[in-house]
Write a protein that binds this ligand. Structure first.
Ligand SMILES: *Cc1c(COP(=O)(O)O)cnc(C)c1O
Ligand code: SF4
Length: 442
């Protein structure tokens, strides 16, 4: 199968677009000049149900929608784009809006950058003790873009916000020097957008270095959903599977962290066959997705998705909460509602599917999971715990926030029982502002 990408410049050539009303075409152009837009022939021909467009969830997942911009941002962009402004003007206006969309949530740029020999390595992030994230420089795009993606600044050419590493050597060195690291997680973009020979240039040195502490090589990818032919008919598909096999033979666990947002992405011969080929290499596929309004904010959709995943041999892993960036206002649901969806899903599936964890917010202190609502000493509270903490000791300790039906992110939460702060607040501030503690201690 030949891959054809559709971008702002050529999406009007998509045959199915001819039936769409002009207003939707304009919206794609207006919103798509601020948020990244890219889709492809597989998504268009196999995942989107065109009889349901514009309401189809897979359509909303890859095609920009009017409401993904706040009304004043939309109006601003509309006036620029529809008046035929030149490219530079459009870019300027778009960048101004982008800067207001919290382009780097959870302190990704400032706080998680590893240092080797006094130098900051911008292509890596090391936030949780066991796991280093690695952003290969050629892997900074995807086969199609998700409209909710928090990585969006990497795709829209805000160069100074983009982090990517070329250095496989530095990665090996870092893992060697950090005994506590058991996992390297390749992420992007989508690292599987890379040719196998490029991916290999990062993975083989890791295997050859014989690092005792390195146990798991993880690859975060949406290719199974957006381009399963990566594992079937692409020129180097077989080489990729051989690489996976070699990871397994080297005694490392290859964890394929697959992103699926909707059951539609798990249907059809191509994805089924691709999953089978990956599993045949000895790799394990774990699945994750945020819970998203307009896409999958319904426990029936989640239950269906989990069952399909498990039937195909995948292991459900994370349910995330939509991050506080980009089009968050469009996709967000209150934490309470996310928890209800999680709970109803959990209750309606077999224990085999209940390996799903969440709903979890990837935020400054860690991965914060909402456990539910409880009544303690006549106060209705929300119960949380961290699945991962910036300090590993924070994990799996319950904590409590005032009940708030509207809260959509951890920054909306207030400690329960009239307390001033959460158990981790002081320490978090210390970790984030090391200079200040020195000052305080003086
Ligand atoms: C989620 C995440 C990881 C991986 O966490 P696991 O719970 O081990 O899957 C690692 N680093 C960062 C920054 C993350 O957000
Ligand atoms: S595939 Fe992943 S990185 Fe790429 S746009 Fe979607 S969520 Fe973002």
């Amino acid at each position: 199968m030949k891959y054809i990408s559709y971008l702002l410049s050529n999406f009007k050539n998509i045959p199915q677009m001819k039936k769409l009303e002009q207003q939707y075409l304009d919206d794609i152009e207006i919103v798509g000049s601020v948020l990244p837009f890219k889709t492809n022939n597989y998504v268009v021909d196999n995942l989107i149900d065109w009889s349901k467009v514009p309401d189809d969830p897979m359509f909303k997942l890859t095609f920009p929608q009017k409401d993904m911009l706040l009304p004043h941002h939309y109006e601003k962009m509309k006036s620029v784009v529809m008046n035929g402004a030149d490219k530079l003007k459009i870019k300027e206006a778009a960048n101004e809006i982008r800067m207001q969309l919290n382009p780097h949530p959870a302190g990704q740029l400032e706080y998680n950058v590893p240092i080797i020999e006094g130098e900051k390595i911008y292509g890596m992030q090391h936030k949780y003790r066991e796991t280093v994230l690695f952003f290969p420089s050629q892997g900074q795009t995807c086969h199609a873009y998700c409209t909710f993606c928090f990585r969006w600044p990497q795709f829209v050419g805000m160069e100074d916000l983009k982090f990517a590493s070329k250095e496989a050597e530095l990665l090996v060195k870092y893992v060697k020097e950090h005994d506590e690291v058991t996992d390297v997680l390749f992420t992007g973009g989508d690292p599987l957008i890379m040719k196998t020979k490029h991916l290999e240039a990062y993975i083989r040195p890791l295997l050859e270095a014989n690092l005792e502490n390195l146990r798991h090589i993880r690859i975060g990818s949406k290719a199974l959903a957006y381009w399963p032919y990566r594992f079937l008919t692409d020129d180097d598909a077989d080489d990729l599977l051989r690489l996976f096999e070699d990871v397994h033979k080297a005694g490392k666990h290859l964890a394929f962290m697959a992103h699926f947002n909707h059951p539609a992405e798990l249907e059809g011969y191509a994805v089924e066959k691709a999953i089978k080929r990956i599993l045949d290499t000895g790799a394990v596929i774990r699945t994750q997705s945020p819970v998203l309004k307009h896409i999958n904010d319904d426990s029936k959709i989640w239950a269906d998705m989990l069952r399909k995943q498990v039937n195909l041999g995948c292991i459900p892993y994370y349910m995330f909460v939509a991050r506080n960036t980009g089009a968050q206002h469009y996709f967000s649901i209150p934490l309470i509602q996310a928890w209800k969806i999680f709970r109803e899903t959990y209750q309606s599936v077999s224990g085999i599917c209940r390996t799903l964890r969440g709903p979890s917010m990837s935020c400054l202190p860690g991965k914060v999971q909402i456990l539910g609502v409880a009544e303690i000493k006549n106060e209705k509270v929300m119960v949380f715990r961290m699945i991962q903490g910036r300090n590993p000791d924070w994990a799996a300790r319950p904590f409590f926030a005032e009940y708030d039906e509207k809260a959509i992110w951890y920054t909306d939460l207030k400690p329960a029982f009239g307390e001033e702060k959460f158990f981790f607040t002081d320490e978090l501030n210390q970790i984030l502002n090391p200079e200040e503690i020195e000052y305080d201690l003086e």
